[in-house]
Design a protein around this ligand. Structure first.
Ligand code: SAM
Length: 267
C-alpha cells in the first residue's frame, strides 16, 4: 500500500506498484517519465518506439498533466484527471450540496471514503462540496493519474488560499484497506465497474471506455460492498447503472440520476 497526502508538502512513499500490463507503456516525455515507468514496471518508450510498439495504452506527461493515451491520441490529446468543476457545477467553494450525489452521501456527512476512485470525478466533486474525502484506487495506472490530479489541485489558488487539504489517496485494494481505516468514515462511496448493458454514448464515454478496456469489470464488487458495510459509521452509497441489481439487497433509499442510480444503505 502507498499513502499519499497532497498538501503541497508531499509525504508520498514511493514504491514499485507493478501494473504488469504489457499493453501499456510510459512515453519518455518528461523528466518524471523514467521514475513513473520504474514505479509501474512498464516499458519506457520514445515517440517512435511507441508508435511502432504493440502497446495499446500509454501514459505521457503532456500539457502539464499526466495523460492516458490510446493509439488514436498517441500524437495529440489524451485523458487526464480533470480537477475543474463539472459542467453546471457552481465554481464557488464549498459548492452547494444540492445534487443527487450530495443527497445520496448525506448533506450532514463529513468524512467520505471514495473506495473506487477511478478518474476521481465523484471524489473531487465531493471535495469541492466541502466533504473531507479519502480516495482509494487499486489500479496503479489510475492511481498515478489521480496523484497527478491531486498535485495539480493542491496548487490551485482557491485551495492554497483556504489552506485546504486535498483528498488523501490510498493505493491498494479497498476490500483490505477499508478494514484498516483508523476512524470509521460517515460514508463509504462505491462506484465499481458493472458489466455494460447498453452501448455507451459519446462522452461517457471515452474515459469510462478506456477504464473498462484497461481494467475490465470489478468482479469482486459484492465483497467490496461487505467490506464497506463493515467499515462505515453510518452509510454506504453504491452508484450503479439503472439496470443493475442493488449490490447490498434492498437499499434504505435510492436516488435516480441519468441512466444511473445511487442506492443508499443506512446503519
Ligand atoms: C467506474 S470506476 C470509478 C469512477 C469514479 N467514480 C469517477 O468518478 O471517476 C471504478 C474504479 O474503481 C476501482 N476499484 C474497483 N474495485 C476496487 C477495489 N476493491 N479497491 C480499489 N479500487 C477499486 C477500479 O480500479 C476503477 O478505477
Amino acid at each position: 500500500m502507498t499513502a499519499l497526502h497532497q498538501d503541497g508538502q508531499s509525504d508520498a512513499i514511493v514504491e514499485t506498484r507493478h501494473c504488469c500490463n504489457p499493453r501499456l507503456a510510459v512515453i519518455a516525455s518528461d523528466i518524471r517519465s523514467h521514475a513513473l515507468a520504474q514505479q509501474l514496471g512498464s516499458a519506457l518508450l520514445d515517440d517512435d518506439q511507441a508508435a511502432a510498439s504493440a502497446c495499446e495504452l500509454f501514459l505521457a506527461y503532456r500539457d502539464g498533466c499526466l495523460k492516458l493515451l490510446d493509439r488514436q491520441t498517441l500524437k495529440k490529446g489524451g485523458l487526464t484527471v480533470d480537477i475543474d468543476p463539472r459542467p453546471g457545477e457552481q465554481a464557488s467553494y464549498p459548492a452547494p450540496k444540492k445534487n443527487v450525489l450530495a443527497q445520496a452521501v448525506g448533506r450532514k456527512s463529513h468524512s467520505i471514503v471514495d473506495a473506487t476512485a477511478g478518474w476521481a470525478q465523484d471524489g473531487l466533486a465531493l471535495f469541492r462540496m466541502g466533504y473531507a474525502v479519502t480516495c482509494i484506487e487499486r489500479s496503479p495506472v489510475m492511481a498515478a493519474l489521480i496523484e497527478d490530479g491531486l498535485a495539480r489541485l493542491a496548487q490551485k489558488n482557491w485551495v492554497l488560499r483556504r489552506e485546504l487539504r486535498v483528498p488523501q489517496l490510498l493505493v491498494g485494494n479497498a476490500i483490505e484497506l477499508l478494514a484498516g481505516l483508523g476512524e470509521k468514515p460517515d460514508c463509504i462511496y462505491l462506484d465499481p465497474m458493472f458489466p455494460a448493458k447498453r452501448k455507451s454514448s459519446a462522452a461517457t464515454r471515452k474515459s469510462m471506455a478506456l477504464l473498462r478496456d484497461l481494467l475490465g469489470d470489478d468482479l469482486d464488487r459484492q465483497a467490496l460492498f461487505e467490506a464497506a458495510w463493515a467499515a462505515t459509521a453510518r452509510r454506504v452509497v453504491v452508484k450503479s447503472p439503472d439496470h443493475a441489481e442493488p449490490l447490498g439487497g434492498k437499499p434504505s433509499e435510492s436516488y435516480q440520476g441519468t441512466l444511473l442510480r445511487y442506492d443508499v444503505y443506512l446503519k
